[in-house]
Design a protein. Structure first.
Lengths: 801, 420
């Protein structure tokens, strides 16, 4: 432990620590531009020069490791002169356009110029002018402001793994920019603007929206996927205008994905402004007062037997508060057992077992993923399901971990050395069965043998089950196989637990925890009487056995795998819709209760590792919309036994009594709830793998699309620019055989049903399988989903145009 | 006294046959007999300092390479010879390439290196051909290869051509360039001796340094150390250019008076000694010496440092009284602006600024404030940059301001040059 003295203060630090970091520990700020704690060191800005005794020249503190007995001065005359010199150099070619620069007020260059810069320039020659670049819809460029710190370049190379930024030319002709103009092919591009210390790279959607100093900041938690990244919501006059990353070393470090950062404009699109009621046999929904709307909703709920009522909730944008109140209302006030959130799931056979929280969530904290040595992804495309989880996996791959993916297609991945094993749709279970045999000691050849050997040799293996594994027709079998596999190699234990089921939707974990499932109450309590699961609810509603559908923030026509069934259910049943957005379901509803969207209410969010977090209110919703749980509370007043909480605090207390992980009172000061705070994984469940029969014809696999996968994102105009809506991904050879060209119009047929989309030729897709996104409106391939028999088979016809 | 250039006057001196006939490849055999440690000791004893410009003792450099390190080690010969005025290495490669190869083999043997590279200046096209021919000859003869000289040590040699960037003559910029990256110097520490080429311990020596090694081994470090003067032992090739009657490369013992070098070897200053304005003694980055200093100074590392300049690469640029010094320095400033890699702030911005002011000054549009500003800019670049290119750009301007400030003032006051 070297001991050194910085500005007269003594400190012990780890060997290899830089002077900059050591000073930071002492609370001494050393000015800098190019240094970023989460990026590789470049040492090019020269702003952090400090004086070290016995060294003839000033040294850069970001790159100089400490040594025993070093005496550092960070504010000596030599240092001040050096900084003034560097500052003058940086400013000679920097435009004096702070008044019209988005960075103004929160610019490192501006701040340090106030301290070290001259008030008059001595530069009277030609200022450098460089062209701007087209970096796509997210990043605005003003490259004259660039100070060549190369943070954006280092970020691209090291973090996002997409080497699209670079510096061309030399000397004072050097230009930072993309090698190719246009879209940056990364899901993390927003970070380029966030780390830019000047106004060269700015957020295009935020361009000229507000000045930095006008904004108020609130600590948010991102709802767009289950990583639950920490955000800073910058808001003005009740509107969230910008989302920045809030440092969180155990999670998103300093980064956010583009969805989490830029989907906020979706908050303002297509909102439900006030409660609406449609008269019996009427067509038009009329705006009514809240008491009228709640009276009507209560009347509908009371008009049928309790067991003829069913509730379906969204696991994407609803907070823990309303999820808890929703199941509480349906079970204990209305008296029905039918409540669920798993509209995309096909296989519910796991409900028969008392699965624990550990069986359903992650068991390797995000932080520890980076230390894994073998990573097996099963039906998981982490980069486009949970981008910041993928960042952790990338760190592991950079440290030398082997990454193998078992998926129905090759991944478009930035994980180093990824081995992609492509299986036929539904074939994951069979392959894993072979791997299990291999781990057991049987001689297994090919891919399965390779995976078995890797797992056996691994010290810290992890397996991650993703979306395609969770919506798999044999999801539970697959899950048990993975548990068995990890158990065999000793990777499910107190010291290392590599079993991870990653449900990617924002609050899926809270929906499980708080009992928004038909077979369990809040806190994983067993119920005497299990209700119907989401699939059964829709079926029963379509058949008239469920007469009232109560929807919390969810549109089954957009969320359910089988869109036709969802439509029938909405048509047949009486619908009460509580949520923030207008949609097909809200239009079908007799009563519409206008709720609030994320960021407009305090929300409890539980991430994929089971960490309970709380977001705060930063913006205002529509004037008459109300906090969702309060609406439910108000509705319960119309019944004999209303919900027993009148304020947020008592509701949260109730949640905490049901599940201790939601109890923030037990935490010490400054402590936050832990990741993976749950009981052990259930081992030894019987594993049954159905023989998978390969079938002829073209298979259709429907996946979530990163930029469209929740109600906020699919309404966001910015996300619309990033998403490739209405696309069918097909192997080039298959396309050639069918005379389909890139961007050509394709009709996808299944019996009577048809959907028309444009083709994307993609060699990552295997032959004989086509891929599409969940999609909305006319492009919804789910129109074709054969809900009962696993994957659908379709035929394709090329259309002119 | 000729050591490096001892053979270059011979017909076909570049061939293996001629090199062999004159005692070639005997030193490396002797080195193998001595053993690695003794070879390094001999080189240390010789006191030879790096001939590329920085003047770092070569034996010391070799001894910094960690022993018992599992990583491979590399030797890189810096043949980028980009310092304006320097052309000494070119003649070694042209006329005695085997001397360089032998020197590299001795270094490789002493340090435990199996793969070496010669990073040669891109413009040296013919020289590359000749060097390659020499390497091919050496391979064909079994001098190089898995069993070099049949002595059971492995030594491979490959040429890497540069793309014409001055900054790639900086040792870590050179490493980046060999690795296929943009030629930008690296931060130090870590030094190449620990983390160099491909992240492995690397020795980087100049062509002249390596070509001196065979004689040092052959005749002993003590013999070499006795040549020259204290702390500047041995011989040095000076590339004398500019206003002398016989410009050329002259190998002489270090410590020779500059006046002797110019008057006795280089045929004298054009128009006589009294027509001398000044001498840039060690390549374009070394501050200029005025004529009165030139009359007495000796050509060795310490005397040069004492006079506020440096021996550098040994490129002696002689300037007589017909020259407008402001114009000459402006030209150099434009060179450094062009060659700055652009990586770090003081050099990127400072070299451009210097060049713009110097160009204005030359055209008679400078101000008295500009003269002070030039000094300030040089001070703000010097010692604040990643590599020495920043100091190199500041050197000529500072030197001119120190010794010829009156010419700058004349330019400001009269809008034209003193020299007419």
């Amino acid at each position: 432990m070297p001991t050194l003295i910085i500005d007269g203060k003594e400190i012990d630090v780890k060997p290899g620590t830089s002077i900059m970091e050591a000073a930071k520990l002492l609370g001494i700020y050393i000015p800098h531009f190019c240094y970023h704690p989460k990026l590789p060191i470049a040492g090019n800005c020269r702003m952090c020069l400090v004086e070290v005794e016995k060294m003839p020249k000033p040294v850069i503190s970001c790159a100089m490791p400490v040594s025993e007995g070093m005496v550092v001065k960070t504010d000596s005359p030599m240092v001040r002169t050096a900084r003034k010199g560097v500052m003058e150099f940086l400013l000679i070619n920097h435009p004096l356009d702070c008044p019209v620069c988005d960075q103004g007020g929160e610019c490192t260059l501006q701040d340090l110029a106030m301290k070290y810069g001259p008030d008059r320039s001595r530069f009277h020659d030609h200022k450098r002018e460089v062209p701007n670049h087209d970096l796509g819809p997210l990043i605005e460029t003003e490259m004259n402001r660039c100070i060549h710190c190369t943070r954006c370049i280092r970020f691209s190379e090291d973090v996002s793994g997409v080497e699209q930024m670079g510096a061309v030319y030399r000397g004072d002709h050097m230009m930072v920019g993309p090698f190719v103009e246009g879209h940056l092919e990364s899901e993390l591009t927003g970070n380029l603007a966030e780390i830019c210390p000047v106004g060269a790279l700015n957020f295009k959607p935020f361009h000229f929206q507000a000045r930095g100093w006008e904004l108020k900041h609130a600590d948010g938690v991102c709802t767009h996927c289950s990583v639950g990244c920490h955000t800073r919501l910058d808001h003005l006059d009740g509107r969230i205008l910008r989302v920045m990353a809030r440092g969180w070393d155990a999670g998103n470090e300093s980064w956010l994905c583009d969805k989490g950062r830029f989907a906020i404009d979706g908050l303002r699109e297509g909102r439900l402004e006030a409660p609406l009621v449609r008269p019996v046999n009427g067509v038009v929904q009329n705006k009514v007062s809240w008491p009228e709307a709640l009276d009507q909703a209560a009347a509908i709920l009371k008009s049928v037997k309790p067991e003829e009522v069913a509730g379906v909730a969204s696991d994407a944008i609803q907070g823990g508060e309303e999820l808890f109140a929703f199941q509480d209302l349906l079970r204990n006030v209305v008296g029905t057992a039918h409540v669920d959130h798993r509209l995309r799931q096909r296989d519910f056979s796991g409900d028969e077992q008392p699965l624990t929280r550990a069986d359903l969530l992650m068991n390797t904290p995000l932080l520890d993923l980076a230390g894994a040595d073998v990573i097996l992804l099963v039906g998981f495309d982490p980069r486009f399901e949970t981008p910041l989880l993928n960042f952790r996996l990338r760190r592991a791959s950079q440290a030398g971990a082997r990454v193998i993916s078992i998926h129905t297609r090759q991944l478009n991945s930035n994980l180093l050395g990824l081995t992609s094993i492509v299986v036929a749709p539904g074939g994951e279970a069979q392959l894993l069965n072979q791997v299990l045999a291999g781990v057991d000691g049987a001689a297994v050849e090919g891919d399965a043998g390779m995976v078995a050997a890797l797992l056996k040799g691994a010290k810290k293996p992890v397996v991650l089950l993703g979306e395609q594994a969770i919506v798999h027709p044999e999801a539970e079998g697959l899950r048990r196989l993975v548990v068995a596999l990890l158990d065999k190699v000793g990777a499910i234990g107190p010291n290392w637990n590599g079993f991870n089921r990653v449900a990617s939707r924002g609050n899926a974990a809270a929906a499980q925890d708080l009992g928004v499932v038909p077979h369990r109450g809040p806190g994983y309590t067993r119920l005497e009487r299990a209700g119907m699961n989401a699939a059964a609810i829709l079926e029963a509603a379509a058949e008239g056995r469920i007469k009232v559908l109560f929807l919390l923030g969810v549109d089954p026509t957009e969320e359910a795998l089988d869109r036709e069934l969802a439509r029938k259910a909405l048509e047949k049943a009486r619908v009460i819709y509580l949520g923030a957005y207008g949609c097909e379901a809200s239009r079908a509803a007799e009563v519409v209760l206008a709720g609030l969207a994320p960021g407009e209410k305090p929300m409890t969010l539980t991430n994929c590792e089971g960490r309970v977090q709380r977001g705060v209110r930063a913006g205002n919703g529509p004037l008459e919309a109300k906090e969702d749980w309060r609406i439910l509370r108000g509705l319960s007043d119309r019944f004999a036994s209303p919900l027993g909480y009148n304020d947020l605090e008592s509701l949260r207390k109730r949640m905490a009594t049901n599940d201790h992980r939601y109890d923030f009172a037990r935490l010490g000061p400054g402590e936050t709830p832990r990741a993976c705070d749950h009981s052990p994984v259930t081992k030894g469940l019987p594993v049954v793998v159905r023989a998978f029969e390969p079938a002829s014809g073209i298979h259709l696999v429907v996946e979530s699309a990163l930029y469209r996968d929740d109600p906020v994102a699919w309404r966001s105009p910015v996300m619309g620019k990033l998403a490739r809506d209405g696309r069918l991904r097909i192997h080039p050879d298959d396309a050639t055989g069918l005379a389909i060209g890139q961007d050509g119009l394709v009709r996808v047929l299944q019996g009577e049903k048809r959907v028309e989309l444009r083709a994307d030729l993609d060699s990552r897709v295997p032959r004989g399988v086509v891929f599409g996104d969940f999609g909305q409106g006319d492009h919804a391939l789910r129109e074709l989903c054969d809900y009962v028999n696993g994957y659908s088979r379709v035929s394709l016809v090329a259309l002119p145009g | 006294m000729k050591i490096v250039y001892q053979n270059i006057h011979l017909p076909n001196s570049h061939t293996l046959a001629v090199y062999r006939a004159n005692g070639g490849y005997q030193a490396v055999l002797k080195a193998i007999e001595l053993g690695p440690d003794e070879v390094i000791e001999e080189v240390k004893r010789s006191g030879i300092r790096g001939r590329g410009g920085a003047g770092f003792p070569a034996g010391m450099k070799w001894s910094f390479i960690p022993k018992n390190d599992p990583r491979p080690k590399y030797l890189t010969c810096n043949a980028d010879e980009g310092e304006p005025g320097t052309c000494k290495d070119r003649d070694i490669i042209r006329y005695d390439p085997h001397r360089l190869i032998e020197g590299m083999m001795i270094c490789g043997f002493a340090v435990g290196i199996q793969q070496a590279y010669i990073y040669i200046r891109g413009e040296f096209y013919r020289e590359t051909e000749r060097l390659q021919a020499a390497i091919d000859e050496a391979y064909a003869d079994g001098i190089l290869g898995d069993n070099a000289l049949g002595k059971g040590f492995k030594f491979h040699l490959a040429i890497h051509r540069g793309g014409g960037a001055y900054v790639c003559g900086e040792e870590t910029g050179l490493i980046e360039s060999i690795e296929g990256k943009k030629g930008q110097p690296r931060l130090k520490p870590p030094f190449p001796a620990n983390i160099g080429l491909y992240g492995c311990p690397t020795v980087i020596n100049n062509v002249e340094t390596l070509a001196s090694i065979p004689s040092i081994i052959e005749r002993g470090g003590a013999w070499y150390g006795a040549l020259g003067v204290a702390k500047s032992s041995g011989t040095k090739i000076f590339s004398v250019s500019g206003h002398v009657n016989k410009p050329g490369n002259y190998e002489v013992e270090l410590g020779i008076p500059l006046k002797t070098l110019l008057e006795e070897h280089a045929g004298g200053v054009r128009g006589g000694w009294n027509n001398l304005k000044g001498v840039i003694p060690g390549g374009s980055s070394s501050p200029i010496l005025p004529a009165e200093v030139c009359a007495t100074i000796t050509m060795d590392y310490d005397a040069m440092a004492k006079a506020g300049t440096m021996l550098g690469s040994g490129a002696v640029i002689v300037i007589d009284k017909s020259v407008c010094l402001v114009r000459a320095i402006a030209r150099l400033s434009r060179f450094y602006r062009h060659e700055s890699c652009g990586q770090c702030t003081p050099c990127r911005e400072g070299t451009g600024w210097l060049a713009q002011i110097m160009t204005r000054m030359e055209a008679g549009q400078g101000t008295m404030e500009d003269i002070d500003l030039l000094q300030d800019i040089c001070n703000n670049i010097g010692g604040k940059t990643i590599c020495a290119l920043g100091d190199a750009a500041a050197g000529p301007v500072m030197g001119a301001l120190r010794s010829f400030k009156e010419e700058f003032i004349y330019h400001v006051e009269h809008g034209r040059c003193m020299a007419g």
